[in-house]
Design a protein around this ligand. Structure first.
Ligand code: AMP
Length: 629
């Protein structure tokens, strides 16, 4: 397959191109329509197609005689467990769990929240929902009860599936009390909570709404896959926006399956006999697309890892996993490799393992800095491939196509060229396309390819507002960057108030809401500073109320605890600085874009509308002290 022709076809003969891609998966009813597009830029894919995503990911392989093939290699240094799960075993577990959900009254279209650590039952629950047409919403286990409550309310979940605990390094974290607290905070009350009991910390279950996983599946009869329309929702995944309220990204069935088939085979270059490892968590989009659905739809074996890159038990954990399962390719956020480099700067632990199986390594989620790139390339001696995507798209927008002939060579600093169906344009604030190598807003010309979300749960207008309103006819990614004269894309970072901590996307607006709810705070701004390990971390600039009577240390302790309790430890919010005032426009708006630039050590222009320019200097001094301390 050759990139220029395929890419051209994907944009200029898009309907027939994608109908052809749709031939690569099985349908109950094959779609006859590729793209439906009206003059208002409303579009959809495969409208009349019918299929079931769980069938594609599980049953189809069993039917084709590949039931004994390994679907998941579960490897948990955290729990000291290793397990191979075949497609046949997965089918048994999924169909029974699906049957149990039906029995308790979960039906097509109902929402199920999955709040679980990286244990295979999390994937079983996801696939079981897909099997009966229930819409799952996986919530990352690191989120605090308050965040879970917001999602329970927004999704109006009928059922919660959880585990008694998760494990972070050696620390066992009880999940059940968090879920109980979330339910008590939420206005909407789910009917039941299914709890996977883990032996290191079983949970106490109440008699009314709680049931253990074991007990729950006892009532389940193996149930077949239901027929879903291509555009029926498969899942909701909440992601941080620029406001306090997370956005429930909705994913369809048909477009998603077609896109993941193309991505897994074409982008990652993986086939059904390959072993693939996305070292992430099912709570993120990587986990959805490339721990669970993508590899399984393609019939490959996927590593399901519950552990960390370091102290699991050492910084050789990743290399051990690659050698033990003969991993052919993996994907991970650069932050994990920075953590490994910090512990084993020479990469000497690599020598302990046979990594011959590894063909290439993909990285995404945050900027790949050149020193991490070089270090990784030197120690692994395989291509290190940067690629770029986001929760909303569900699959990469720019990447080398490693499954195709002559994939575009990597260029340092670039996340490579557009993948099929993505027409990336770099626009000025006024919406005009800028020239090569000029920085602007990275946008996607509509229509977007299959698999990309076209809606926010319950709030279709918010989708338009958040993504389509800024530039007519384009999807606004929220990232800034440029395109070189050969079409390679370079991402420079977010242009909004979303920050990226260890590859996790977080909203500073959400943190500001928590910080400003402290009784001594008059106003605040949370901004990101650069961090050599985590990419970015948030800090708070706060203005105290005039009658506040609290020491800076005490205030910091209280605010850090508040953010941890209400958002979660993953926010890494640790530093608070008291300032006399915040930089504002004369109309009273905090100059966040300027603050972002100061914090990132980037040049900035003092806006003409600024009320008091002196404050910018004060903040610059403060941040310089922060970086040099
Ligand atoms: P998420 O939706 O959590 O996957 O975060 C998506 C955001 O992460 C993007 O909008 C980018 O800001 C950032 N991102 C993802 N991949 C890359 C990459 N390869 N290089 C730079 N930033 C990236």
């Amino acid at each position: 397959m050759d990139y220029p022709r395929q890419y051209h076809d994907s944009l200029h003969n898009s309907g027939s191109y994608w109908l052809q891609q749709a031939e690569n998966i099985s349908w109950y009813k094959r779609p006859s329509i590729g793209l439906r597009n009206d003059s208002d830029n409303n579009y959809s894919w495969f409208d009349d197609g019918q299929l079931n995503t769980c069938y594609l990911a599980v049953d189809r392989h069993v039917e084709q005689g590949r039931g004994e093939h390994v679907a998941f290699y579960y490897d948990s240094p955290a729990a000291g467990v290793k397990q191979k799960i075949s497609y046949l075993q997965l089918q048994e577990q999924v169909s029974v769990f699906a049957g149990a959900m039906l029995e308790m009254g979960v039906s097509k279209g109902d929402r199920v929240i999955i709040y679980m650590p990286m244990i295979p039952q999390a994937a079983v629950a996801m696939l079981a929902c897909a099997r009966i047409g229930a819409v799952h919403s996986v919530v990352f286990g690191g989120f605090a009860a308050n965040e879970l409550a917001v999602r329970i309310d927004d999704a109006q979940a009928k059922l919660i599936v959880t585990a008694s605990c998760g494990i972070e390094f050696e620390k066992v974290i009880a999940y059940k009390p968090l879920v109980d607290k979330a339910i008590s905070l939420a206005e909407h009350k789910p009917k039941k909570t299914v709890v996977m009991q883990r032996e290191m910390l079983p949970a106490t279950l109440d008699d009314v709404g709680d049931v253990s996983w074991e007990e729950f599946v006892r009532n389940g009869e193996a149930t077949p896959c239901v027929v879903m329309d291509s555009n029926d929702p498969l899942y909701i995944l909440y992601t941080s926006g620029t406001t306090g309220k997370p956005k429930g990204i909705v994913r369809d069935n048909g477009g998603h399956a077609v896109a993941l088939k193309l991505a897994f085979n074409g982008i990652y270059g993986m086939g059904e006999n390959d072993v693939w490892w996305a070292a992430s968590d099912i709570g993120w989009v990587v986990g959805h697309s490339f721990i669970v659905y993508g590899p399984l739809i393609c019939g490959a074996s996927s590593v399901f890892y519950e552990g960390k890159p370091i102290r699991s038990p050492d910084a050789g954990a990743f290399w051990r996993v690659i050698s033990e399962y003969k991993v052919n390719s993996m994907m991970c956020a650069p932050t994990a490799f920075r953590a490994i480099r910090k512990e084993d700067s020479q990469g000497s632990l690599v020598a302990k393992y046979d990594l011959k199986s590894l063909r290439w390594v993909f990285v995404a989620g945050e900027k790949l800095d050149s020193s991490t790139y070089q270090w990784l390339k030197d120690i692994l001696q395989v291509p290190i491939l940067d690629h770029w995507w986001q929760t909303e798209t569900g699959w990469p927008m720019t990447s080398p196509m490693m499954g195709w002939d002559n994939p575009c060579a990597a260029r340092l600093g670039s996340t490579n060229k557009c993948t099929p169906g993505y027409d990336i344009r770099v626009l000025s604030e006024e919406g005009a396309e800028v020239g090569s190598n000029q920085v602007g807003n990275i946008c996607l010309k509509l229509p977007l390819p299959p698999g990309v979300s076209t809606s926010i749960w319950n709030q279709p207008e918010r989708y338009k507002q958040a993504y389509l309103a800024a530039f007519n006819g384009y999807y606004h990614t929220g990232d800034g960057g440029y395109k070189d004269e050969d079409g390679y894309i370079y991402i420079t970072g977010r242009t909004d108030d979303v920050i990226n901590v260890s590859g996790h996307r977080l909203s500073t607006g959400e943190m500001e809401e928590v910080v400003s709810s402290h009784s001594d705070i008059a106003e605040c701004a949370v901004i990101a500073v650069n961090c050599s390990l985590k990419g970015q971390i948030p800090i708070g600039l706060v203005v105290l109320k005039t009658d506040a009577n609290i020491s800076d240390n005490q205030l910091q302790t209280e605010l850090v605890a508040k953010v941890r309790a209400q958002i979660g430890a993953l926010a890494c919010f640790k530093d608070v600085f008291v300032v006399q005032r915040l930089p504002k426009t004369r109309s009273g708006k905090i100059l966040r874009a300027v603050l972002r630039k100061i914090a990132a050590h980037q040049p900035y222009q003092i806006p003409a509308t600024i009320d008091d320019p002196a404050i910018l200097e004060e903040i610059e001094v403060l941040l310089t002290q922060y970086y040099t301390r």
